[in-house]
Design a protein around this ligand. Structure first.
Ligand code: 7PM
Length: 288
């Protein structure tokens, strides 16, 4: 598969190699002052640091999708993400993704400088599909069973992998009907979103199965309970497990790895790439 995402303003993201998507949280925990100039500044500085550490994409999200989290109003979500996108775009030509399910946030975020839509609800909210189609940006479609508040109450599948692939096929079809190019779609099995521990590890083992639909795959398992519950580790003790998961996903063909610990994940992927591609006599990674 020869995959290059087409971004706004003639920019591109070449998915022949793996890329790190860095999580930049702008939920209230990280905006305790409710969104001041200083808090936007520190979000931008954090993003610039993540880019220096090896991230290719900064994922900006203002809605908490964690199980049991309250719904965020449109106004709050806009107030959290739009100033950060504008401020970051003012300082960098980096790739920015907007983690949202709301059509209006998608539109205003892309107008403010976002390049990719990352939707955990796969464009199923009102107007999201139509709005996204009009914005002409790459779209990440994530699989979720149920709704964030209740999705972890005994998730069940007839056939885990084919159920998820059926969902993807249906969403790709809906996108293509509105003129979205399949080459602009990224698929994400949604670790932890309506999955048991066993489901999550079966998905990780078979993540290449989602590439049969002809789209590249994104994996987000950083610090999730699939690491914590397996190893009995609190969230601040999940680095090693997350790095192992990131490497496995990348080796099995996921091209975008969504993480919190960018510098460490970058080291892991660079060691793998050195092994895979070899080095020239100056110690630089061979290309291609
Ligand atoms: C608490 C629990 C807070 C879980 C946040 C989360 C994904 C995503 C999220 C993912 C894509 C997290 C999640 N997870 N978008 N947004 N894929 N595409 O761990 O796996 O960040 S929220």
């Amino acid at each position: 598969m020869m995959s290059i995402l087409k971004l706004p303003r003639g920019r591109e993201l070449d998915l022949s190699q793996p890329h790190i998507m860095a999580v930049l949280n702008v939920t209230p925990d990280s905006f305790s002052d409710g969104g001041s100039h200083t808090s936007y500044d520190s979000a931008v500085n954090k993003a610039l640091e993540l880019l220096n550490h090896g991230a290719s994409i900064i994922d900006i999200g203002g809605e908490s999708t964690r199980p049991g989290a309250p719904d965020v109003t449109l106004e709050d979500e806009l107030n959290r993400v739009i100033p950060v996108i504008k401020a970051l775009r003012g300082q960098s030509d980096c790739v920015i993704s907007i983690d949202t399910s709301k059509a209006i946030v998608m539109k205003k975020a892309v107008e403010a400088g976002a390049d990719i839509i990352n939707d955990v609800r796969a464009l199923q909210e009102p107007n999201a599909l139509k709005t996204a189609a009009g914005l002409n940006v790459p779209i990440c479609l994530m699989h979720m069973q149920g709704q964030p508040r209740t999705m972890q109450n005994s998730p069940q599948y007839d056939n885990l992998i084919s159920d998820i692939n059926d969902f993807f096929a249906q969403r790709i079809d809906a996108c293509e009907k509105l003129g979205i190019d399949k080459k602009q779609i990224i698929l994400d099995p949604g670790f932890g979103f309506g999955k048991t521990l066993a489901h999550n590890y079966e998905i990780l083992n078979k993540i290449d199965a989602f590439k049969t639909l002809g789209c590249e795959v994104l994996a987000g398992l950083s610090r999730k309970s699939m690491i914590g519950n397996l190893l009995n580790r609190d969230t601040n003790e999940r680095l090693a497990g997350s790095l192992a998961g990131a490497l496995i996903a990348a080796q099995k063909g996921a091209k975008i790895i969504r993480v919190h610990d960018v510098a460490q994940t970058s080291d892991v992927l660079t060691v793998w790439q050195a092994c895979e591609k070899g080095l020239d006599n100056k110690g630089n990674l061979n290309v291609g």
